[in-house]
Design a protein around this ligand. Structure first.
Ligand SMILES: [Zn+2]
Length: 223
């Protein structure tokens, strides 16, 4: 839909919705003669209209700017959303790439007392069966590792697809394969390729990508 047209249509829908909300409010919610039971029904209707308002408001880009409300807040001229309040829902377009949230990075040099205080975002999406988690936090004092030890500020992106898990942070890219028959608590070993004997290396289905100067370009793991 054309942008101007989308705006016009949204304005029309919102105006109709506001009329319905006013109607319910004026005739039923502020009507002293109404029974308690009926009042609850109209109250619920009003709440549901409020939910519709929240959803419609997600489509608004607040094209016409803001106006001052009676209680001295600043609200969008079209959808009435108060500037600076957090949305409860997220609107994603069905077509084209989907964007959710801004890229978050650690934003403080401070070491926070708790993990919760240091958290910037820790959110997960199940996207057509693939799990993506983004965990961004500032530095905080560890409650597990003992006193005086702090966890560094970090941005960690984790992707899970079937039994493969890939975790990317500022220093490491870690790929983990989970086997159903591997018992928890079993030992895990690690080493650079040159530390491992050739006959053992042959068990690893890994291909290194590199350029003519042997600069590492990536790797492929055969499943
Ligand atoms: Zn708006």
């Amino acid at each position: 839909m054309h942008k101007g047209q989308a705006k016009k249509e949204l304005k029309r829908q919102l105006n109709a919705l506001f009329k319905s909300m006013d109607f319910v409010s004026k005739n039923f919610l502020n009507n002293e003669k109404i029974s308690k039971r009926k009042l609850q029904v109209y109250f619920n209707i009003y709440q549901q209209l409020g939910l519709a308002w929240e959803y419609l408001g997600l489509q608004c880009s607040h094209w016409d700017g803001y106006k001052r409300t009676r209680d001295k807040k600043v609200a969008c001229k079209i959808c009435g959303k108060i500037r600076g309040t957090d949305d409860f829902y997220i609107l994603l377009s069905k077509k084209g790439p989907k964007k959710m949230g801004m890229k978050a990075k650690p934003n403080s040099k401070k070491t926070f007392e708790t993990k919760k205080d240091a958290e910037i975002i820790n959110d997960t999406i199940d996207f057509y069966g693939a799990l993506v988690n983004v965990d961004v936090h500032n530095s905080y004092k560890s409650s597990v590792l003992g006193q005086g030890i702090s966890i560094a500020a970090e941005r960690i992106v984790n992707v899970k697809e079937e039994n493969v898990e890939c975790s990317i942070d500022q220093r490491l890219i870690h790929v983990r394969l989970r086997y159903k028959d591997r018992k928890p608590g079993k030992k895990k070993y690690g080493g650079f390729p040159w530390e491992i004997k050739r006959k053992h290396l042959e068990h690893f289905p890994v291909i290194f990508d590199f350029d003519e100067k042997y600069r590492f370009l990536g790797l492929t793991i055969l499943k």
